[in-house]
Ligand binder design. Sequence first.
Ligand code: PMV
Length: 332
Amino acid sequence: MTKTQYLASFLPTTLTPKTTATAYAPANIALSKYWGKRNRELNLPTNSSLSISLAHLGSQTTLTASDIDRVTLNGKNIPLEQAFAKKIFAFINLIRGNHEGKIHINTTNTIPTAAGLASSASGFAALTLALNDYYQLSLPQPILSTIARIGSGSASRSLWHGFVKWQKGTAEDGRDSYAMPITTQWQDLRIALLEIHTGEKPISSGDGMNHTTATSPLYANWATTAEADMQTIERAIIEQDFHTLGATAEANALAMHATMLAARPSLCYLLPETLLAIHTLRTHRANGLPVYFTIDAGPNLKLLYAKPCEADITAAYPQAIKINPWTNLHET
Ligand code: PMV
């Protein structure tokens, strides 16, 4: 099944756009990672995953009826032939189909460039929510999550604040592969972004996971590890067991990187400074600071700690961007 066929199964035959619509979606960090697709066309994952959203760090997207298609990103016009604009319009065209109305897309990312965080998850989630409103589709949340997933897998989890779980599903057309929020909150849990290098990565996460699934002899064990880690993390959230959550998230990220390191040729997103930061963090931990890390398909560390340790984290990592995932949840 193609994306177009999937979307046609619930989109109306005639679209009735409003003149403008706007939506916000937060970025998210996976505590147990999505790594590998069982279906590349529909972005269907090999394993389920679980994330925490980053509250006010995300994407705000406004769609306005226009006489030409155009994209503005962080206040700058993006030429339509640029990869970013092409990707966005390819996604919009999946929904817009033959409808002739042109759109101005205005997106602002509130994720600081220095955070070394990808904005594709919040970007596709905000765009999906804005399109749902703009074309007055009134689609249910699980369907919206599957649509965001087609833009970028991790975007399926960026429709909500707090903890979010993306069930891999089993249906061939992917309609049961969507994310849903976990209602439990954890008011003391904090994230800090530790920038190692913020330049463009040499290989996208999509290409990285495809290469890993195709060539890594360690990939065969990944899905079982990932499902077990997700269950352990979910239990740790319910029991508010910080050490289990941190240790499992850290082990899960390293297991994901192990599958890449074993790919042929090897894929290594970790820089020398990443390894140095890992060892330094472990020294802090051995000295009594309860801090863990996770890493995505890049060199930067995301630290996990609890509010009572805020001052010690600031002292150890003065340059880190600290985030309270539970702030202003009702205002965004
Ligand atoms: O959504 P994508 O295609 O950018 O893939 C995200 C992959 C990881 O960030 C490494 C893991 C995850 O679950 O977010």
